[in-house]
Design a protein around this ligand. Structure first.
Ligand code: GDP
Ligand code: MG
Length: 598
């Protein structure tokens, strides 16, 4: 295909503004997917994505489009995730495009991730087409949304396209705007080959499948290619495009988007962001890379049954093949036994991995409360990173501690500014600025400790703003703060998996609340169980779980065997996700109790 007829673009938006639905309509209008075959959200193929209505992995798809003047075009659409945890995926996809559709929900207006994603797109120099979506809804206010994008971003109302991704209204005009406004790729087929790996996937037969955007030159089946980051060479066995199924092609040329397989067995040989070149006509300069993904949140994952340890390791290895951002290393807990300390991009990423381990790999897991990475300066002059609260050295060994802070941008109606500022204050936030986006919408800028966001910031933000506030954050850096380690003793024995790192001023409150919560969550045992919260060897709170008196089976009057069996089975069911800690049985919820404290 003549390169001047290619358009590579992506869709960016705040979550739920209609990115996936719009992608579906574009597929349908260009005939990539038959209307009859159209299941909702074709690009969100993972079950979990559909259920949760989010897009995790970026996907690419090729569309054939015939413009009104009869000219044929080839459009490559790259879908991007909208959640803050997956910013790095967004960034990868953007680098493969020349343009972006900025989708704004006409019933909601500009939200925090609208801004964050637009800034990312502008960093990559993309041509932006503002798209006002959901105009079919009675509550849509396109006029106001147009005014907003003009005031906030400076886009003229005439530049925006009004659509309904649901009914298809405006989609034709949008397709016309894509070919008119988004520039064709710049590279040349006659230059030395440069292809950018923007994603990869592991296939047990073909090996690694690298998703590539060709910037210069071409790649054919049988070509020897070189990965510029590692210098490793491979022979191309398969090339293809996403139409939307993987469809084989003979070659990929400058400007195109597709995939390649080359019997690559190790995912580390196809680093996302790396440049592929051909050994025949190698380029001297790799393409600019991406921001690499760095885990920000850690938690311990332990199998409920110790025999599942190797299965858990195998499952994590498998998941890692398609998820460069997931990290894990073996960890031992006196309470939980052998498990792994796993690193994630954020809470959603963590939940998704946990759910996939349980669903797709049939594992029963105990997860410890999520923690950030602390930097500890020891009295002997050394520094170390702590990813697990129970690894924090004793009081006397610590000179000072640093914790990660983020820049948080919160967008909300001005009526809620009071309660939300209060929330940020409670979360140890530092007020930076407040800006009126329009007469009634405010952009609040705070610096917040990441650890405080992990706990329940998002839920509280939503409840205190009646669902109207949205927020986005990016990593700011490490700062010294006054933190202490809070330990929990059950039956007089410390439970390392329940330790937490908390701010000194909040330690008493936390200790008391945590002990109370644990008392609620840990079922009664046949004996009395004291719960103690300890800071610096000082007990700051104590609760007691009273002993269980009655035998549960007594209810069955001894007679009815089937009822008895049923009850035992029910109990067994309930035992799932329980861990025997010494003589005390502790349910999964107890390990998350620290997240539920007000
Ligand atoms: P994403 O998170 O940006 O991918 O958003 P989705 O495409 O999943 O859409 C979020 C919700 O909005 C879904 O329930 C869609 O059915 C709905 N939706 C998307 N576009 C439209 C639209 O144009 N009109 C209406 N009425 N609903 C829409
Ligand atoms: Mg989506």
């Amino acid at each position: 295909m003549d390169q001047s007829r290619i358009r590579n673009f992506c869709i960016i938006a705040h979550i739920d503004h209609g990115k996936s639905t719009l992608a579906d309509r574009l597929l349908e209008y260009t005939g990539a997917v038959d209307k009859r075959e159209m299941t909702e959200q074709v690009l969100d193929s993972m079950d979990l994505e559909r259920e949760r209505g989010i897009t995790i992995k970026a996907r690419a798809v090729r569309l054939n489009y015939q413009a009104a003047d009869g000219e044929k075009y080839l459009l490559n659409l790259i879908d991007t995730p909208g959640h803050v945890d997956f910013t790095y995926e967004v960034s990868r996809s953007l680098a493969a495009c020349e343009g972006a559709l900025l989708v704004v929900d006409a019933t909601q207006g500009v939200e925090a991730q609208t801004i964050a994603n637009l800034y990312l797109a502008l960093e990559h120099d993309l041509e932006i087409i503002p798209v006002i979506n959901k105009v079919d809804l009675p509550s849509a206010d396109p006029e106001r949304t147009l005014k907003q994008i003009e005031e906030v971003f400076g886009y003229k109302p005439e530049e925006a396209i009004l659509v309904s991704a649901k009914t298809g209204q405006g989609v034709d005009a949008l397709l016309a705007a894509i070919v008119q406004r988004i520039p064709p790729p710049k590279g040349s087929t006659s230059e030395p080959t440069q292809a950018l790996i923007f994603d990869s996937q592991y296939d047990s037969y073909k090996g690694v499948i690298a998703y590539v955007r060709m910037f210069n030159g071409q790649i054919r089946i049988g070509d020897k290619i070189r990965m510029m980051a590692t210098g490793k060479e491979f022979e191309v066995t398969e090339l293809g495009v996403f139409a939307p199924e993987m469809t084989p092609v003979e070659k990929l040329a400058s400007g195109e988007v597709g995939f390649l397989a080359a019997s690559i067995k190790n995912v580390k040989d196809t680093q996302v962001g790396d440049t592929v070149t051909t050994v025949d006509r190698p380029t001297a300069t790799p393409l600019p890379g991406y921001r690499s993904a760095k885990p920000m949140v850690y938690c311990g994952l332990y199998p409920v049954e110790n025999v599942d340890y190797t299965n858990l390791r195998d499952a994590l290895e498998r998941l890692q093949l398609n998820d460069a951002a997931l990290t894990f290393e073996p960890e031992t807990s006196t309470a939980l036994g052998f498990g792994f300390r796993c690193g994630f991009l954020g809470l959603l990423h963590m939940e998704i991995i946990q759910e996939r381990l349980e669903r797709e790999y049939n594992l029963e897991l105990i997860a410890t409360a999520p923690s950030v990475v602390y930097i500890v300066h020891l009295t002997n002059g050394e520094t170390k990173e702590v990813r697990n609260p129970s690894d924090l050295p004793g009081f006397g060994f610590i000179e000072h501690l640093e914790e990660p802070f983020v820049n948080a941008n919160i967008i909300l109606p001005h009526d809620f500014v009071g309660p939300i500022m209060e929330l940020c204050q409670e979360k140890r936030g530092l007020y930076k600025s407040m800006e009126y986006l329009t007469t009634d919408r405010v952009l609040l800028h705070y610096e917040l400790p990441l650890a405080e966001i992990l706990v329940d910031f998002y839920d509280k933000l939503k409840s205190r703003s009646k669902g109207y506030a949205s927020f986005d954050y990016d990593f700011l850096g490490y700062r010294e703060t006054d933190l202490v380690r809070l330990d929990i003793l059950l039956n007089g024995k410390p439970v390392d998996a329940l330790s937490a790192i908390v701010h000194k001023d909040k330690a008493y409150h936390y200790g008391r609340q945590l002990a109370r919560k644990l008392k609620e969550l840990i079922p009664q045992q046949l004996f009395e169980v004291p719960i103690q919260a300890v800071v610096n060897n000082k007990v700051i709170a104590r609760e007691t779980i009273r002993a269980l008196r009655k035998d549960v089976l007594a209810k069955c009057y001894g007679g009815d065997v089937t009822r008895k069996r049923k009850l035992l089975e029910k109990q067994k069911e309930g035992k799932k996700r329980m861990k025997q800690l010494g003589t005390v049985e502790v349910p999964q919820e107890a390990f998350f109790a620290v997240l539920k404290i007000d």
